[in-house]
Design a protein around this ligand. Structure first.
Ligand code: PEP
Length: 254
């Protein structure tokens, strides 16, 4: 187990109406009342950000968004910018989620632009990457995540590195109920930290939190979080139930 402060984020994806989001946020807040042993964030849909910000006000739970566009404003129908997210109360923003890459044409290059834009307006990006099942079977996992890291971090300087979280999310483990084993995840996390060390130096790399994502549940979280380079989790399905999400967060106190 590392001594980096753990960070658990809930990715609510395209789930919950505004009242449902408010209610879930209230339940998460209640379930984690008084808890301060890890950083926690929830990432509702864009339309629910204001309601969830309201429900979380004064709590230790931070707000995150699920994406952003790299321009500040203008004729970009359907997009939402970093400054808009800041104004809505966001601290974090997820970029490069595999569902964005798979269904909405995001590329390594566009993920890098989003990450850089997030940092420029003071947001803390959670940069997602990970291999598909096919890539794992072909034995190219390390090559793939190295390429994804290279693009995502291409314009991120050493001063900003402390603001970044990396989320290793093997695509074959997302929403499938099949999580990577703690050993499989640790192996990639270690590799990613090595890449960060190559670019930013070992000391800086040691400060970056690397979350694991992919079917994290209350019954597997503790084992995953016990690995030396797993500093938290990005939680999809299980973050939609306040008790399950809170149980995962509490796994941080090993
Ligand atoms: C995710 O969406 O980032 C994710 C990890 O989903 P799930 O926990 O449902 O696998």
């Amino acid at each position: 187990m590392s001594n980096r402060r753990r960070f658990i984020a809930g990715n609510w994806k395209m789930n919950k109406t505004i009242p449902e989001s408010r209610s879930l946020a209230e339940k998460v807040r209640e379930a984690l009342d008084g808890f301060d042993a890890a950083d926690v964030a929830v990432c509702p849909t864009f339309v629910a950000l204001a309601a969830v910000a309201d429900a979380l006000r004064g709590s230790r739970i931070a707000l995150g968004a699920q994406n952003l566009y790299w321009k500040e404003s203008g004729a970009f129908t359907g997009e939402v910018s970093g400054p808009m997210l800041v104004a809505a109360g966001c601290k974090y923003v997820i970029v490069g989620h595999s569902e964005r890459r798979q269904y909405f044409g995001e590329t390594d290059e566009s993920v890098g632009r989003r990450a850089t834009a997030a940092l420029a307006c003071g947001l803390y990006p959670i940069i997602c990457l990970g291999e598909t099942l096919d890539e794992r079977k072909k034995g190219v996992t390390f090559e793939v995540v190295k390429r994804q890291m290279g693009s995502a971090f291409s314009a991120i300087g050493p001063d900003a590195i402390g603001q970044v979280t990396v989320a290793y999310e093997p695509v074959w483990a997302i929403g499938t109920g099949v999580n990577a084993t703690p050993e499989q995840a640790q192996e990639v996390h270690r590799f990613l930290r090595g890449l960060l060390a190559d670019k930013y130096g070992a000391a800086a790399a040691e400060t970056v939190r690397i979350q694991y994502g992919g079917s994290v549940k209350p019954d597997n979280a503790r084992e995953l979080l016990a690995q030396p380079d797993i500093d938290g989790a990005l939680v999809g399905g299980a973050s939609l139930k306040a008790e399950d999400f809170a149980a995962i967060v509490r796994s941080c106190t090993a």
